[in-house]
Design a protein around this ligand. Structure first.
Ligand code: SF4
Length: 302
């Protein structure tokens, strides 16, 4: 943390890799769903919407802090896990203060669920979009409804497609997140085939792959310990990534990244322009990957 920085965050705080340069603003704490079996990000937090006056005060202090340092804030990311769950009037109050404090701002991003988007009217999405809240990171996780049910995601794949379509109609971009290897070997073929199909139907501008890692003290971890889920090896995960890259067929270019800390093999490019190059890299990795290697467990992931 920089010295004198005026915000004391309610930890832990998570942000997408692409928001590393953004000012993080906690509009909500926790996740309004908080029941995905694999996710430990907000298990220790209760969901709440932070008071508007508190957030506005932080923004004023941040404006002063960055002005004194001669720094310009160009991007803001709204935390925590699904800040779009906050009422629209609340978000509009935050965004209005954001623009007063940071007139050079280019874009605001947010984590969102399909349910958050569904709960907003078209007018609300348009009003938020006009205030530069135009990038929603949505966890599709899997295109297979069987996988989504098994991990208690709280929505089906069609609802994610519908959310991205509505966001796109109102000038937003969607960054779709997929979890490689989710729910293990028994679901692997449904996961990869239906995920490739659903991504192809979703108007996403960005796509990122994360590797599913069992986090201790989660239902997912216990299911692996009990033998109910057989995790994929690193080579199987590479093969899954290869299948997805080979079969995703999006009408518009999609900026693809698999550079999350959970990924043993970082990869990025533009789909479908870079498809051949990405596949060739994956094929080399698959050939050289030991058959019995598993991704490292890291309790800080996800
Ligand atoms: S994966 Fe997303 S929606 Fe699910 S519990 Fe974690 S933060 Fe909430």
């Amino acid at each position: 943390m920089r010295s004198g920085f005026p915000i004391i965050y309610e930890q832990p705080v998570f942000r997408p890799p692409g928001e590393a340069q953004s000012l993080l603003l906690q509009v909500t704490t926790g996740c309004s769903h908080n029941r995905c079996t694999f996710c430990a990000m907000y298990r220790g937090k209760s969901f709440r919407v932070r008071p508007l006056a508190e957030i506005q005060r932080e923004l004023t202090l941040c404006a002063d802090y960055f002005a004194r340092r001669g720094e310009t804030v160009r991007k803001i990311f709204l935390c925590d896990g699904d800040a779009l769950a906050a009422p629209s009037a609340h978000l509009l109050g935050v965004l209005d203060r954001v623009h007063t404090c940071f007139p050079a701002l280019r874009r605001i991003g947010i984590y969102a669920t399909a349910a958050n988007v569904r709960a907003k009217t078209d007018t609300e999405l348009a009003l938020l979009g006009k205030r530069k809240l135009t990038l929603a990171y949505i966890g599709l996780e899997s295109g297979s409804d069987a996988v989504l049910r098994a991990v208690n995601k709280g929505n089906n794949a069609a609802e994610v497609v519908e959310a991205a379509q509505r966001l796109s109609q109102h000038g937003w971009q969607t960054s779709l997140i997929v979890m490689l290897g989710l729910n293990g070997r028994a679901f692997a073929s449904a996961h990869r085939e239906e995920t490739a199909m659903v991504i192809s139907q979703t108007p996403a501008r960005f796509l990122s792959f994360l590797t599913t890692v069992a986090v201790p003290n989660t239902p997912y971890f216990r299911a692996i310990e009990a033998g109910d889920i057989q995790p994929l090896t690193s080579r199987e995960l590479l093969e899954e990534m290869h299948y997805l890259i080979a079969h995703i067929d999006c009408p518009k270019p999609v900026i693809f990244r698999a550079n999350h800390v959970s990924n043993q093999f970082p990869l990025e490019g533009v789909l479908s322009k870079d498809r051949a190059k990405l596949l060739s890299t994956l094929e080399q990795w698959i050939r050289s990957c030991p058959a019995n290697l598993y991704p490292d467990a890291n309790p800080f992931l996800l």
